[in-house]
Design a protein around this ligand. Structure first.
Ligand code: GUN
Length: 281
């Protein structure tokens, strides 16, 4: 009875719209949007994410540049590079892929990115705006999830949403965005003692903990909406989420698949926020 929340399909639709908009600008001889992605080191997951971002930017038809820097890059060198792009008027969006090598202070790097070019929505100014209910740039994963829920007309107002995971990238902003949609929100995390009690009450569950197939059918009530942010490698190499899809999908009313759910939406929102900066110029 479950319905798939097809992130891939919505992401393609959104990217096609952006492509049309950008091609209009091209015909008019306008400067095209430009996204700079900075990848430091050899993190395997990050390399995959960056390649997907590069591919989407190309497909939409705007300039994208990926700076691949060695693991040995110093914090000072990275900060200077970010400053260069802050000043470059041709650059609409700057994204520094996380995680960074241990000798580089991530907070410092994020704080250095011009908040207007922070298409990831991680800058404390953008986070602060979100948390006082005046959103500007939004973290792309929770933003994409809200758009996906809206696409399928899933009611959030008055519903009990349980967010599992409290990261700055997903859990915390997700909770805040659900709150802005007038959901009643519970945030749970590794130290929560009564997780199952809470998730069994949830109308909407968003899980982002990076534990393969953690959420089993006994955690959810009949008809819940389940959103899976996890991307984990199974022992045999295939990609699995944080949700045990086969059994949870039997009980859920709507569920995101992995892959093809949240991931493509994250990329679309990144592209949207980059194009939106160019639009505002
Ligand atoms: N690492 C994992 N997810 C993300 C993301 O959305 N943006 C950046 N910059 N790094 C990440």
């Amino acid at each position: 009875m479950e319905k798939i929340l097809n992130g891939r399909a919505l992401a393609d639709k959104l990217q096609d719209k952006l492509k049309q908009e950008v091609s209009e600008w091209e015909k008019q001889g306008k400067r095209l949007p430009k996204l700079v992605v900075i990848l430091v080191g050899e993190d395997v997951g990050s390399q995959v994410y960056v390649r997907n971002k590069e591919r989407a930017a190309k497909k939409i038809g705007f300039h994208s540049q990926v700076d691949r820097l060695p693991e040995t890059t110093t914090e000072e060198e990275l900060l200077q590079l970010v400053e260069t792009y802050n000043k470059d008027e041709e650059v609409d969006g700057i994204l520094v892929q996380l995680p960074l090598p241990k000798h580089i202070d991530e907070e410092k790097v994020i704080l250095t990115i011009d908040s207007k070019k922070d298409v990831d929505g991680f800058h404390p100014l953008n986070m602060g705006k979100l948390f006082i209910g005046q959103p500007d740039k939004l973290p792309c994963t929770p933003y994409g999830i809200i758009e996906l829920l809206k696409e399928y007309n899933i009611e959030m107002e008055g519903k009990h949403a349980v967010v599992i995971g409290r990261s700055n990238i997903v859990g915390k902003p997700m909770a805040q965005m659900l709150l802005m949609e007038n959901a009643t929100v519970t945030i749970t995390h590794a130290r929560t003692t009564n997780l199952k009690e809470l998730t069994k009450q949830a109308d909407i569950i968003v899980i982002a903990i990076g534990k393969a197939e953690f959420l089993t059918a006994d955690y959810i009530k009949e008809g819940a909406v389940v959103v899976d942010v996890g991307m984990n490698r199974h022992a045999d190499g295939h990609l699995v989420g944080d949700v045990k899809f086969d059994e949870v999908s039997q009980k859920a009313s709507f569920i995101t698949p992995v892959p093809g759910g949240v991931g493509p939406m994250t990329i679309s929102m990144l592209m949207e926020q980059t194009v939106s900066n160019r639009r505002a110029d």
